[in-house]
Design a protein around this ligand. Structure first.
Ligand SMILES: *[C@@H]1O[C@H](CO)[C@@H](O)[C@H](O)[C@H]1NC(C)=O
Length: 327
């Protein structure tokens, strides 16, 4: 059974089982596999009704759906070629309309110098359908790439266009590179998802530093829901990178982990404004351990204001943002 992205044997086995289970559903639907309520997209053609791209501009703020049909020429009003562009991609059980992605969107809109695009793939990634969400990332990346290329043809400067992805969305940003002849300029991966990806995902699937000229990663739940160690050219560990202090009151450990995993997006959103420059890290080991007594070492701003030539892993402490809830 062909799976274009190789997941390795054990995961293929699970997917095969899902496939058998889903074959019953196939009688009714030639392209998609539906098991239980979950949906695995087998088709790889965009536009797809389950992957939507929205555009926002600072002046009007309401969302416009980007018409992805060929030769529609990305017709949406208010796109400004002189502004920078950001593409924001949510993760598992997310949507573009929900916290914490809305905080990132609004932080960019408040700056006024960005065209903001969000990619919504909610019908393909809801809880508990993690396996199908993993599989569906391929289609989402394909659609994102098919949107990105015309955007650059329309005059968007590649070095003024970047992708911000949370969790599985971070891997989607990385997978876009599989479809491009010229690498993207910058990807910011917010606590890239670890479950199964870490063990079984190939490099074509995972976010790696080959996926863009600059790959930045922010760790907030490393080792549980987020990947560990240095993934990008530059990585940041917030509050030790693993479990966020403000999440310890969240009860069960899985909730604490989810809360910590979400915080990467809240912390990143805080760096986006011009005042966000003040969130600086100091060099630390790739496993987020301090190299020097805290407060020593050359500082580097995290997130939006990180200099392009920054390399290595940096650690910083940040207070939680109570206005950035995780559910
Ligand atoms: C999934 O999202 C729904 C709707 O936002 C939320 O109520 C639920 O707690 C989330 N579940 C998990 C396990 O993330």
């Amino acid at each position: 059974m062909p799976w274009p992205v190789s997941f390795g044997k054990p995961l293929s086995l699970v997917l095969t089982l899902l496939f058998v289970q889903g074959s019953i559903g196939l009688l009714f639907n030639a392209l998609d596999i539906n098991y239980w309520r979950c949906k695995i997209k087998r088709g790889r053609t965009c536009p797809d009704a389950d992957v939507n791209i929205y555009f926002y501009n600072s002046e009007e703020r309401y969302r416009q759906r980007v018409d992805m049909r060929p030769d529609r020429g990305l017709s949406y009003s208010g796109w400004d070629p002189d502004k920078k562009n950001v593409i924001i991609i949510h993760g598992f059980n997310g949507t573009e309309r929900k916290s914490p992605m809305t905080f990132i969107r609004d932080a960019y809109l408040n700056r006024g110098d960005y065209n903001v695009f969000t990619i919504d793939w909610e019908p393909l990634t809801f809880f508990p359908c993690y396996l199908s969400a993993l599989s569906n990332t391929r289609l989402v990346a394909q659609c994102a790439a098919q949107f990105y290329s015309p955007l650059t043809h329309m005059g968007a400067r590649a070095d003024h266009t970047h992708c911000v992805g949370h969790s599985l969305g971070a891997h989607v940003c990385g997978m876009i590179s599989n479809h491009l002849t010229t690498k993207m300029y910058k990807i910011i991966g917010l606590d890239p998802a670890r479950p199964l990806v870490h063990r079984y995902g190939s490099d074509a699937f995972k976010l790696t530093r080959d996926d863009a000229h600059i790959v930045q990663v922010i760790h907030t739940n490393a080792g549980l829901l987020g990947e560990t160690a240095q993934v990008g050219h530059v990585d940041f560990c917030v509050n030790g990178g693993r479990m966020q202090p403000s999440c310890t009151r969240e009860g069960r450990r899985i909730r604490q982990a989810r809360c910590s995993h979400f915080m990467s997006a809240c912390f990143f959103a805080a760096t986006v404004s011009n005042r966000g420059k003040r969130f600086v890290g100091v060099p630390c080991t790739s496993s987020c351990r301090p190299l020097l007594p805290f407060g020593y070492g050359k500082t580097v701003s995290m997130g939006e204001h990180t200099p392009d030539d920054a390399r290595g892993t940096f650690c910083l402490r940040m207070a939680d943002n109570k206005r950035c809830p995780f559910d």
